[in-house]
Design a protein around this ligand. Structure first.
Ligand code: FAQ
Length: 354
């Protein structure tokens, strides 16, 4: 970006003449308008930085909490092939979290800080991961619908104005595409299987359809951040636009799958050239956001426990890095104390734990 770097701004320091911030903001606005990428060392408004951290943190948290519902089925996958695919997918989600935390770090917020906020319930993760995976077909429904919704939302983020986020999204979207296809293929196998398997696939779609539509966020007239995020070209489309796009993509796919989307109001609108669909239960969405979804407590408890139990891995990685960066003749610092084990929690919402 041909903008002013943060260093140049700092050099100008406190003596900056009156109106300097406005001038910097004008350069920033022009860069955004010209579709240039904002890079970590460029000057940016504090509110732009804060909004990016907010969205990227929520996104990163969603990826790592999103590992839980499907990981729950790794030990019970019905074949070696399915198990290998599912393990690869769940590992991919961890990787996505890693790219996104790293991208957020370029804005000056450390991963530890973001994780602390997640564990304290001060930052969000996607509502969708607060629903239980009750049968094997849920793994297919998550792949088809949840990853499908994620791709619809995230492909435009590859053109986000903030460089590190946009670049992380390119790789994430390629992997999400594989995730979506494996879910579709799994559901197709079930749908064409025995009547009981078909029924299991339909039941999973019935349960995941509406929560998937909620992933796109509140309706445009209730979306606090959309207008500003779109002006800054963080978001390229509104929540409702992307939700509509997703519905239009899913209808023919559901037909090919031989499954029904659970919405009696779903029909093609010739005039609009799009599908009409039924009302979303926004009360349910807000309850989930408040922490009252079927799995909120379970997901956070498990996340905190995984973090505690993984302390020794982080300590070991730090000790290893220090050892290898220590100058010759300098002793490597002693490694940290071993992590302590926390008691296991049990799910109280019908979701069996692996
Ligand atoms: N859940 O003003 P808006 C995945 C919050 S990754 C929870 O419309 P914005 C991969 C929102 O944060 C899925 N909270 O907000 C995968 C804000 O609260 P705040 C995650 C939600 O940012 C697949 C408030 O409501 N994807 O699935 C939700 O303009 C399978 C007002 O909303 C991303 O994060 C929700 N559904 O638009 C992994 C993509 N919706 O912050 C494993 C990037 C809204 O003021 C397995 N994020 N809120 O406290 C975005 O595109 C946007 O942030 C939106 C929300 C569209 C999610």
């Amino acid at each position: 970006m041909a903008a002013v770097t943060a260093d140049q701004t700092a050099q100008a320091g406190a003596d900056r003449p009156e109106g300097a911030d406005e001038a910097l903001e004008a350069v920033f606005d022009a860069a955004v308008a010209a579709e240039e990428r904002i890079e970590p060392r460029d000057w940016m408004p504090d509110a732009y930085r804060a909004s990016l951290v907010r969205q990227m943190a929520q996104h990163a948290h969603s990826e790592i909490i999103g590992m839980q519902p499907e990981a729950n089925w790794i030990t019970r996958a019905p074949s070696l092939r399915r198990k290998a695919i599912l393990m690869a997918k769940v590992q991919d989600e961890a990787g996505h979290g890693l790219y996104l935390y790293s991208a957020a770090e370029t804005l000056g917020t450390g991963r530890e800080e973001l994780l602390d906020k997640l564990h304290a319930g001060r930052q969000r993760y996607s509502s969708i991961f607060n629903y239980p995976t009750l049968t094997w077909a849920d793994v297919g429904a998550i792949g088809w619908l949840v990853d499908g919704a994620a791709i619809t939302n995230q492909v435009p983020l590859c053109r986000c104005s903030y460089g590190p986020y946009a670049r992380a999204m390119v790789r994430i979207c390629k992997e999400e595409s594989f995730h979506q296809r494996q879910g579709y293929e799994l559901l197709l196998a079930l749908s064409r299987g025995t009547p009981a398997q078909h029924e299991m696939a339909q039941d999973a779609v019935n349960r995941w359809w509406w929560p998937s539509l909620m992933m796109f966020g509140p309706p445009d007239d209730a979306s606090a951040h959309s207008a500003q995020s779109m002006t800054w070209k963080i978001k390229r489309h509104s929540n409702d636009e992307l939700r509509q796009r997703f519905v239009d993509i899913c209808v023919p796919q559901a037909e090919s799958l031989g499954l029904t989307l659970p919405d009696p109001d779903l029909r093609w609108n010739e005039e609009r050239g799009q599908h009409d669909f039924g009302a979303i239960d926004w009360q349910e969405f807000h309850e989930v956001l408040k922490g009252n979804g079927p799995c909120n407590e379970q997901r956070l408890t498990q996340r905190r426990r995984a973090h505690e139990e993984g302390a020794w891995v982080r300590d070991a990685a730090v000790a290893y890095a220090q050892k290898h960066t220590a100058k010759p003749g300098q002793a490597a610092p002693a490694h940290a104390a071993p992590a302590h084990a926390a008691p296991r929690a049990t799910a109280g919402n019908g979701e069996a734990t692996a």
